[in-house]
Ligand binder design. Sequence first.
Ligand code: ADP
Ligand code: MG
Length: 570
Amino acid sequence: MTNDTQERDLTDGFNLVIDALKLNDIDTIFGLPGIPITDFTRKAQAEGIRVISFRHEQHAGNAAAAAGFLTGKPGICLTVSAPGFLNGLTALANATTNCFPMILISGSSEREIVDLQQGDYEEMDQLAIAKPLCKAAFRVLHAADIGVGIARAIRSALSGRPGGVYLDLPAKLFSQTMDAEAGKHSLIHVVDPAPRQLPAPDSVQRALDLLKGAKRPLILLGKGAAYARADEDIRALVEKSGIPYLPMSMAKGLLPDTHEQSAAPARSYVLAEADVVMLIGARLNWLLSHGKGKTWGAPNGKQFIQIDIAPTEIDSNVAIAAPVIGDIGSCVAALLGGMGDNWAKPPVEWTGAIAERREKNLAKMSATLALDPSPMNFHSALNVVRDIVKNNQDAIVVNEGANTLDFARSIVDMYKPRKRLDVGTWGIMGIGMGFSVGAAVVTGQQVIAIEGDSAFGFSGMEVETICRYNLPVCIVVFNNNGIYKGTDVNKLGGDVAPTVFVKNARYDMMMQAFGGVGVHATTPAELRAAMEEAIKSGQPTLINAVIDETAGTESGRITSLNPQSGAKKK
Ligand code: ADP
Ligand code: MG
């Protein structure tokens, strides 16, 4: 055998990782090149995988997480060792918390040196650090195990409750060679990575019995329901049962927010008054006041039905009278089947009382939205966004901030499933540009990012990424000169108050620096024109929307989570 033939008969770690990903239909990697994965990114691109390169790993990780939620395939984030890995870890932990499937693949330094702590370049025991922050973590030491490693990562990310997975690939692995034919056979095509999990028939019957006896039933849809892609059946369940429903923020659009059974405009009333609540892919965490207390009208003997794929979620905060464990598609189909053709709709005293509050609150909201104060406030600016989204229902809305988040969530109606991405279960800041890039890349749709000025700052440098890939992302920065608002003063003089930014900053010029469109908007009319143009052109656009710096409240709607000083206020 000549050297040549010998080389042709060999494969290496680089090729095996790429082939294993491609074998499992993974066509996009979000990452940031550097030692030891630079060549890997080049080779992956040369092999037809789309490689989207970021300016900071956290945003690449967030893009991968958004891709996971939007496609139902694990989003892949690729980073360098120690610091790059750590930068990606926040996104991995956030994805896990949100139940989004994602795989963080990081290069790592030499095991022998790391384990003896002899001080390698970017030395860190990454596997140990990642483990408690994700659903599963694996390391591959031998080229022959790459197929198994990738298969385990994919299956762990997608099966059961989805989540983040860490895959550690030491530098040496990439150049390891093995027989090409044996390498090919070592790869695994993952069959049925998210198998259906049928609910037990008696659990379905128990839920139906409870629902049947309810006087004031309520359905609560969470982002698990959006992720499950059981859109038709969920809509059928809501409509056939006639039960009013509330969407959690990322479940908005599962049914159009304008649906007559939406109880969102009467949220506090229905949470307090309902007697039976059916949770579909929603957890009773802080976002739902843990299912207890005043919000839920306690004590009033409310009973819960919970549909979830994770059995250990049940009873995590309050007693669940009727758990239904399985994938949402199968559970909802079983409930629909069990309802029969003569299902009695809820009493009109209940639905009528909700309708009345709904109309009243909607009228109040329209009156507020119609005001045109100068300078703009959150409402007058969001009124524009609301119209634009109504006219572009396929657009994906990314939303973060404090007041910008709270107001946008309730004002901007969504019309289709999986069109809204936001701060999620943690209430994290910094997802904005990562989610925007991820969403634009995997869907090809227009993205509208509604960003508080502080929130935007966490990922603002990625506007370069947006321009580089020429993505149809329209960012609106709600600029009120600071965190919560821009009016805090340091009474001692000297430094400005910790919540205050440079006054009258021109975020629009950041976009211009990279060849995108930047617009400075001081009125709703200017904002509207700029958003319409952005969507028409599909050009990367950043609109600096000047908002009254006195508008906004501390921590938006979660002021109560701020610890109070023990000393009495004067
Ligand atoms: P939200 O914040 O919108 O209320 P959560 O993230 O708290 O939603 O809850 C989502 C729930 O959905 C999690 O408990 C998760 O286990 C569950 N889940 C995710 N995907 C599925 C699925 N395919 N089938 C059933 N349950 C799912
Ligand atoms: Mg602000």
